[in-house]
Design a protein. Structure first.
Lengths: 325, 325
């Protein structure tokens, strides 16, 4: 039984996991959907109620019935490397590849449709609330008046993009920034704006969830209230392993179960009372920097999850549908 | 409790359903996501573990907790009508709108993530097989040799796009076409190709599923074997209402349940033995032409589904997640 890894050629994070799988003698096929058609080829046959599929990459041929899991790491856009790329060929190739893989019994980290849904920030906030995670008071609005009233109730606010993505091409990260006390919210009408109560933080927390395994790391904050975004703050020492409070662990597992995710990188901030406030869950978040600082075996944990036999609790039941005529 | 319809301004199919909802005195808000931000505004507040959201369109304000259902008909691309459109603002607006709506208890026809998954043709074929629907022998491949061997086993083949979409901009439908007996399959290596055993058909069948209600229509085929695609065949008289065989009805319901769809337009062909062969299920297929020919009350059935109270069997459970600390 083979582990299939969908990612681009340059991906040291995937390299770490592949090394672990090699050490454990687990067969791996790694391919980039950008190479389909071309270096990657596929074939799937639907005859007499059964399905037989094959994938070929780098000279290796694997049967889709022999896949134990699929790791969607950083896959390229299907058909991106053909001589004459087109949106149409990308759609054809994407449907052929993912449509075929979805028909198998393989376990996913993460299923593309669950991953897509899980990227929506407002959905994350609501699910975090329902799962029992503390969420800082947040407003997403295009009503300037709603923004003004919110700022009156919560005078110490930060603003960040709704999607967590970046308006520039090539992408550039926008730091989360504090809202000035005399801010003019008129421009809110021109684009949905996310305002959030600023948590006076003692530390940033990164919790990496791999199946049921939770690995948390903590990094003390620099005592300068203006640096709210850890990515842009001055260095404050390395990440250190941290224990996960039992209530948080239960809530994180509930979140992942409801989101149908096998992997998630949760960002929290810790306040003076020791409360972990949920900021976001990135279903494809990097983990190499945490592993490097803390020595936590995240790559090995992912490899173990991928290597496990049988459908996981995270995967959608793929067996035959019972028909009662 | 209000029905929310997401669609473009010009949509006579939506008009038909709105008329039915008006007749039944069911409040309706209809909006085009392309008008957000602008004519459409929204606000969502996440405070103390609760969520309160509002949408405004055409001078009407509706609370998201007052939505009974959302019909995703033909929505425009979010932020498409702003002065300076950008991919970034589209993503921000899309996340704000759909992320917020996904946090509500409203029933969906259809949920966007389920709809997206359901568009993949190879996934459809596999699900149809598992649901117990007869599927003509099909091959999707980039291996010329696999195509040649398939053509030897099934000499009478048709070819069609994997995605069902069209390579041209503006889009142009590609008819499903017969494969010549001496076809050269070398080009298969340059793009995934779908080959399917041609069914010698007596009739085309369109089955429209609305929740548990199934409405089928039949149109006799013109006896000219080269016109395999009903969209391009010469007229052969109107669609006529047809009874759904019990086994097909059970299989279609199993398909919809597994696909988490509340609406689907199934295309079958009927052979000389009366067997309905599954071709595809379009989760946003048109129904106006069938209603016009057959007089079947499809618009009213959709209106009734949308007007129903309480979460439907098709909607994902949205209640609080149980956390055991």
């Amino acid at each position: 039984m083979t582990v299939l890894i969908l990612t681009s050629e340059q991906d040291v994070t995937a390299d770490m996991v592949v090394a672990e799988l090699n050490d454990a003698d687990v067969p791996v096929v790694r391919l980039d959907p950008a190479d389909l058609p071309g270096g990657v080829a596929l074939s799937g046959e639907y005859v007499h109620g059964t399905f037989r599929g094959h994938l070929s990459a780098g000279g290796r041929l694997v049967s889709t019935s022999g896949l134990r899991s699929v790791w969607v790491r950083r896959p390229g856009v299907p058909a991106a490397r053909v001589a004459e790329p087109s949106a149409w060929l990308t759609e054809e190739s994407s449907q052929a590849l993912y449509g075929m893989l979805h028909g198998t019994h393989a376990r996913w980290m993460n299923r593309p449709d669950a991953a897509r849904r899980a990227r929506r920030k407002p959905w994350q906030l609501r699910l975090a609330q329902r799962s029992g995670l503390p969420v800082p008071a947040t407003l997403i609005t295009t009503f300037p008046q709603a923004a003004r009233e919110f700022a009156e109730r919560f005078p110490d606010l930060v603003v960040k993009p709704v999607s967590g993505t970046h308006p520039q091409e090539p992408p550039r990260a926008i730091p989360t920034t504090r809202v000035a006390p005399d801010a003019d919210f008129t421009a809110v009408a021109f684009g949905p704006t996310l305002l959030q109560r600023r948590i006076a933080k003692l530390a940033d927390i990164r919790l990496t969830a791999v199946g049921d395994r939770l690995l948390a790391a903590r990094k003390p904050a620099v005592p300068d209230a203006d640096d709210v975004d850890v990515r842009f703050a001055p260095p404050s020492g390395p990440w250190q392993p941290a224990d996960v409070p039992p209530r948080i662990a239960a809530a994180v597992r509930a979140y992942l179960h409801q989101a149908e995710l096998a992997y998630g990188a949760f960002d929290f901030v810790e306040d003076a009372d020791g409360i972990w406030w949920f900021l976001e869950c990135n279903q494809s978040g990097q983990f190499g920097f945490v592993e490097l600082d803390t020595g936590q075996p995240i790559a090995r944990t992912i490899a173990q999850w991928l290597a496990r036999h049988g459908p996981g609790p995270e995967s959608r039941p793929a067996g035959p549908v019972r028909v009662t005529p």
